[in-house]
Design a protein around this ligand. Structure first.
Ligand SMILES: [Cu+2]
Length: 150
């Protein structure tokens, strides 16, 4: 009887813990890295970020398990009819809102990879958030369009 009760309590505690972890940070869905030629000077990572908190959160930096020179936060925008990507100091996700990292928009750029990963391989990314917390995600390497301007 006592064991049963403890087990039930444990399950409830586990559920509460899991919930608060999600509520405290960003919910990351479908992280992926776009396939690139073996000599590619950079790789782009994409994902959906959801902020279920009442405060704006942003990604202020990122790290990767992949051997790269460094990581940059980028945004592609249309400047005078030309798609141009520029480094950003942060990728913001407004309170109770979502930001989509996708080709032709926000993305995380992995600069000068020593070895370009193949489709199906996974790349570990650590997102560093504006509240000081860090979130690890595993991105799958897959094919994708260069831009989404259709
Ligand atoms: Cu870029």
């Amino acid at each position: 009887m006592k064991t049963k009760l403890m087990r039930a309590t444990g399950a409830i505690l586990f559920m509460l813990t899991t919930f608060s972890v999600t509520a405290g940070g960003l919910q990351v869905t479908d992280p992926w890295v776009r396939t690139a030629p073996p000599n590619a000077p950079a790789l782009a990572a994409f994902m959906k970020l959801e902020n279920h908190t009442g405060t704006e959160l942003s990604i202020v930096d990122a790290r990767t398990s992949l051997a790269v020179d460094h990581v940059e936060l980028h945004r592609t925008t249309m400047v005078d009819g030309i798609m141009k990507m520029t480094p950003q100091t942060a990728i913001p996700v407004a309170a109770h809102s979502a930001t989509l990292l996708k080709p032709g928009s926000w993305h995380i750029m992995l600069i000068s990879p020593q070895k370009v990963p193949l489709a199906g391989e996974s790349v570990e990314l650590t997102l560093i958030l504006s509240d000081g917390s860090e979130q690890k995600v595993v991105a799958i390497v897959r094919q994708g369009k260069m831009m989404m301007n259709n």
